[in-house]
Design a protein around this ligand. Structure first.
Ligand code: AMP
Length: 233
């Protein structure tokens, strides 16, 4: 099949977003670049959403697929949590994405949590082997290796909090925001791995081939993020 070639004057920019917090919190930032999404992903069944700009469209993908879409050229830009990015980079070996902007949205932290009655510190001091359930196996492996703790990692895709309660694991590595989910499940946070926020990622080839179209969008988003630094500090 022969696809129509794009010239700089009719360049189409595709932005990959996942539904939920990242989608909602990205909207005000892209509005700064004059991009308004014209359909609500909660009511529309479309996976490609038009925007107020003819040259920009949004594609809805799973959060864990955003890095792949952008790295492989299915999208030019994407917004993805650092947690997902760390796992993607460990799996692909690294440098397939340009990351120009920390958007400072969807902020939380990646932490280790255990049952309130589990003595994590003494298990670590004794050199016990820990069973750790997580979706974030690469980040967890690196963290415990640096700490000198032997772990058996158990890969889960959700409801990590259940693992220590059912005896599946001694600890979990998961995202924590308010801490309410841990509290509700009688778990306590015992180690902090890394602060998380959403990052804008860009396909390196798009940055070269579509620079004229992309640069003003990146600058507008960057400026929309910058004032937030003052309100946060
Ligand atoms: P919280 O009860 O506010 O500490 O939120 C914890 C729950 O929300 C856990 O199930 C996390 O996996 C999820 N969570 C918290 N922050 C984020 C985020 N920025 N992105 C995705 N999931 C998150």
């Amino acid at each position: 099949m022969c696809l129509p070639s794009q010239t700089e004057s009719n360049t189409l920019i595709t932005l990959a977003l996942s539904k939920g917090r990242i989608f909602d919190e990205t909207l005000p930032l892209i509005e700064a670049a004059g991009i308004r999404v014209l359909e609500d992903p909660n009511t529309s069944r479309k996976l490609i959403l038009p925007t107020s700009r003819d040259d920009v469209q949004v594609v809805l993908v799973r959060a864990s697929d955003v890095p792949t879409y952008v790295a492989q050229g299915g999208a030019d830009l994407g917004v993805v949590g650092l947690d997902t990015l760390i796992e993607h980079q460990a799996e692909t070996g690294g440098n397939d994405l340009y990351q120009p902007i920390d958007l400072r949205i969807a902020q939380c932290r990646l932490s280790v949590a255990v049952r309130a009655d589990f003595d994590y510190d003494s298990a670590v001091q004794k050199g016990s082997r820990l069973r750790v359930a997580t979706k974030y196996v690469h980040a967890a492996r690196e963290f415990f290796a640096k700490k000198g703790v032997h772990v058996d990692l158990i890969k889960l895709y959700g409801s990590m909090e259940l693992a220590p309660l059912t005896g599946l694991a001694d600890a979990i590595v998961d995202l924590v925001s308010t801490g309410n989910t841990l509290k509700a499940n009688h778990l306590v946070e015992v180690d902090h791995i890394v602060d998380i926020s959403a990052r804008l990622v860009v396909n390196p080839a798009s940055l070269k081939l579509k620079r004229t179209a992309l640069q003003p969008i990146l600058s507008a988003i960057d400026q929309a993020v910058a004032p937030r630094l003052y309100t946060l500090s």
